[in-house]
Design a protein around this ligand. Sequence first.
Ligand SMILES: Cc1cc2nc3c(=O)[nH]c(=O)nc-3n(C[C@H](O)[C@H](O)[C@H](O)COP(=O)(O)O)c2cc1C
Length: 262
Amino acid sequence: MDMMELIRTRKSVRTFDGNAVTENDIKKLTEYIETITNPFGVPVGFVLLDAKEHSLSSPVIQGEHLYIAGKVPKTEHCAEAFGYSFEKMVLYAWSLGIGTTWIGGTMKREQFEKEAGVREGEIMPCISPLGYPAKKRSIKEIGMRTAIRADKRIKSEELFFENDLGTPLRCDDVTVRNALEAVRLAPSAVNKQPWRIVKCGNDYHFYEKHTLASGGAAWDVQKVDVGIAICHFMSIAGGTLSFEKPETAVGKDTEYIATVTL
Ligand SMILES: Cc1cc2nc3c(=O)[nH]c(=O)nc-3n(C[C@H](O)[C@H](O)[C@H](O)COP(=O)(O)O)c2cc1C
């Protein structure tokens, strides 16, 4: 599968077939995660954790034997960097047929942080189970997907704009169109899809539309989402990342994050 196909076919997997991830797949995944970098320049570390050995579980996950936790130093752009790097892992895992679910809420956070060895000055925004998808989703998973409208995405014209946040983007370039579609399909917390893009020339300015209450966490989970969106965009279209806030007027609920220049 090429990258676009991986992005199109990936879905959260919460029901696993009960088989352990093979040693060969673990080796490939472990080797791959060593190579993951992100354009935010903030290193993200990964820890594989055997579910039984570390007494780890999530109320929404069934049939899993393995988890992966991600850790990042609590610094500027750490949430976006985490989103970018963890999504690289998610897409690579999927290329091996390994299902994942981003989990930032539905877990015993303290237990995961302890077992993952999260240190002072570090955060662990999310974890994921790793395993092979079961043939059928559990009733619980089906109910959850329906409640969250997990198969729906916001229309392009409400996400992507040209020069200002009022003018929907019309785009003829096939690569850019694919990159935008890759952003649209990205996973996000509670499927809120907080990313917005304003194109100005060759610059694609990424914004976060705040649509979730912070819930008192030490980081903004919707910045993780925007990091995922930037990962999808750059995985298809390439480009370079910078942080020069444009003049574009945006509402109070919308925050500039970064610019990808093609
Ligand atoms: C940062 C982040 C946090 C998430 N946290 C949870 C979670 O705590 N529990 C859960 O079941 N799903 C969680 N999800 C998964 C989303 O609900 C899911 O990605 C979204 O509904 C879209 O569905 P899809 O991944 O199948 O495309 C999270 C996703 C992201 C990106």
